[in-house]
Write a protein that binds this ligand. Structure first.
Ligand code: GLP
Length: 248
C-alpha cells in the first residue's frame, strides 16, 4: 500500500516473513540492474530474514554478489572482529560467508582502530571513492535511531564516534551475556552519509517499533527522532508489517 502526502513510500506487509522477502527482492533487483552496486547494510534482528532470503536467492542463481561492494552502517567500539557480538561477525555469519562477495569488497568500520578519527575519515573516503551508496538498508532503534545515530545528534554528521544511549544499551544488551559486556560506544555512518545514498529501504517489524516508525514517517523532522530525516530523502521505501503499521 502506498500512502500519499509525503515523499516516503510506505509498504505495509503482513508479517516479518513478508517484510524480509520484499526487502530481499528490492536488493536483488538493485544488484541485477547494476551488478557492481554499492550496498549499505544494517545489522540487528530486523534484517536477518532478508539476509536469509538473499542467501536462498543466491543459491538458486537469482543474484550474484561477485562485483558488489558492501558498506556496513556501524560497529561497536572495542570489539574484535572475531567477537561473536561484533557486527563483523554478524555480517560474516548472516550473509557474507554464504555468498560470493569478495573479501576486499566488504567494508565495516573497524571497532579496534587505533585512531577513531582516521578510521572515520577513511571510511567516508572509501564510500566517496566508489561513487556513494546505491542502496542503503536500514533498521530502526526503538528511540528512532538509524545506524547508531542517537537522538539529538545533528543531521550533518558523517561517520563518527558515538556514545550510545541508555535505551540502546538496554535494548542491545539482549545479545550479550550481561549488560556490563555491552559496549557503550560505537562507530557509525552519520546521518549525512546515510542521506547521500541514492535509495534507502527502512525495515521494521513488531509492535515495539510502532511508535518509532510513526514518529519517523508522520512526525516532524527533528534530530530527536533521527529516522525522521528520511522524510527529506527523495527515494525511500519504508517496509513495515501490520503490527508496526498500526498507528499509520
Ligand atoms: C542497532 C543497530 C541499528 C539497528 C537497530 C535495531 O542498534 N545499530 O542499525 O537498526 O539496532 O535493531 P533490531 O533490528 O535488532 O531491533
Amino acid at each position: 500500500m502506498m500512502q500519499g502526502g509525503k515523499m516516503v513510500e510506505i509498504v505495509i506487509v503482513k508479517d516479518y516473513n513478508e517484510m524480509s522477502k520484499k526487502a530481499a527482492k528490492i536488493v536483488t533487483t538493485q544488484i541485477n540492474g547494476k551488478p557492481n552496486s554499492v550496498l549499505g547494510f544494517a545489522t540487528g534482528d530486523t534484517p536477518r530474514g532478508m539476509y536469509e532470503e538473499l542467501i536462498k536467492l543466491y543459491n538458486n542463481g537469482n543474484v550474484d554478489f561477485a562485483d558488489i561492494k558492501a558498506f556496513n552502517l556501524d560497529e561497536y567500539y572495542g570489539l574484535e572482529k572475531e567477537n561473536p557480538q561484533s557486527y563483523h561477525y554478524y555480517m560474516m555469519e548472516n550473509l557474507f560467508r554464504h555468498v560470493n562477495i569478495k573479501n576486499e569488497n566488504i567494508h565495516i568500520p573497524e571497532g579496534m582502530a587505533e585512531s577513531i578519527e582516521i578510521e572515520c575519515e577513511e571510511y567516508e573516503n572509501k564510500i566517496k571513492k566508489v561513487g556513494g551508496i546505491d542502496l542503503q538498508v536500514l533498521g530502526i532503534g526503538r528511540n528512532g535511531h538509524i545506524g547508531f545515530n542517537e537522538p539529538d545528534l545533528k543531521f550533518e554528521a558523517r561517520t563518527h564516534f558515538v556514545k550510545l544511549d541508555d535505551d540502546t544499551i538496554k535494548a542491545n544488551s539482549r545479545f550479550f551475556s550481561s549488560i556490563q559486556e555491552m559496549p557503550t560506544k560505537a562507530i557509525s555512518m552519520g546521518i549525512k552519509t546515510i542521506m547521500q545514498a541514492k535509495k534507502i529501504i527502512l525495515l521494521a517489524s513488531g509492535k515495539e517499533k510502532r511508535d518509532a516508525i510513526f514518529k519517523a514517517v508522520r512526525g516532524e523532522t527533528t534530530p530527536e527522532v533521527p529516522a525522521s530525516v528520511l522524510q527529506r530523502h527523495p527515494n525511500v521505501i519504508v517496509i513495515v508489517d501490520e503490527e508496526t503499521a498500526a498507528l499509520l
